[in-house]
Design a binder for this molecule. Structure first.
Ligand code: PGA
Length: 251
């Protein structure tokens, strides 16, 4: 199983033309990535069918940015985990800071979504991270550990054996500010230690991605850190050239 992951969160950016162009570029370049590296793309929901079709013979894996915590029924506008699974999705983001802050998703809702994803045999990518104010108050580790613990309390620590965690400091998302490799490594190590205190084997196998303005210029040093197992990339995942450059750094 690949040990590094480069995950591209397109957010609300796509069109059929842009999706075709981006995935053609990624398909053409993915073979040149280090063998230990898995590339995952997270297009907006309406483009999943197009992406599934274009990734049929590709090593690139399909992800989705959001999911309902409900299984089915009268929930107008929502999309269930089994629907995502039906379109070949393998990874689903839960708890992205934009969902937490702009759509008021609570720890409890994030945990319910996490469980819905696993119930449909897909892998949740649990996003966590502190705001600038929390970092300045020295609350970073308390905040991220509480966000992880909310899922452990709901789903059990063993559930993290089939999940990915993405540490994304809110102040680094889309701002051009990146946590230094040392800052990121310190938080990743603390998250792993927090999980290890409850199950050391799960902690050891847990993939912890870093996110927040990752670019070709910053990726190599970040990915060289002992507890950083890849990146969740927003802006720089919208161009095949820049996303592939980040993938190249994931040795
Ligand atoms: P960014 O986004 O790379 O544009 O900062 C990362 C994310 O929000 O996942």
């Amino acid at each position: 199983m690949p040990t590094m992951m480069v995950a591209g969160n397109w957010k609300m950016n796509a069109s059929t033309t842009a999706t075709a162009e981006l995935l053609e570029g990624l398909n053409a370049g993915v073979a040149s990535l280090p063998k230990n590296t898995q590339m995952v793309v997270f297009p907006p929901l309406p483009y999943l069918a197009q992406a599934q079709q274009m990734l049929q013979n590709s090593s690139i894996v399909l992800g989705a940015q959001n999911v309902s915590e409900q299984a089915k029924g009268a929930f107008t506008g929502e999309v269930s985990a089994s629907m995502l699974q039906d379109f070949g999705v393998r990874y689903v983001l839960v708890g992205h800071s934009e969902r937490r802050s702009l759509y008021a998703e609570s720890d409890a809702l994030v945990a319910a979504k996490f469980q819905a994803v696993q119930a449909a045999d897909m892998v949740p990518v649990l996003c966590i991270g502190e705001t600038l104010g929390q970092r300045e108050q020295d609350e970073t580790l308390a905040v991220v550990n509480a966000q992880v613990q909310a899922v452990i309390d709901a789903a059990g620590v063993d559930a993290l054996a089939c999940a990915v965690v993405a540490y994304e400091p809110v102040w680094a998302i889309g701002t051009g500010l990146t946590a230094s490799p040392e800052q990121a490594q310190a938080v990743h190590a603390a998250i792993r230690a927090h999980v290890a205190s409850q199950n050391s084997a799960v902690a050891e196998g847990l993939q912890i991605l870093y996110g927040g303005s990752v670019s070709g210029a910053t990726a190599e040093e970040l990915f060289a850190q002992a507890d950083i197992d890849g990146g969740l990339v927003g802006g720089a995942s919208l161009s095949a050239q820049s996303f592939l450059a980040i993938g190249q750094a994931a040795k």
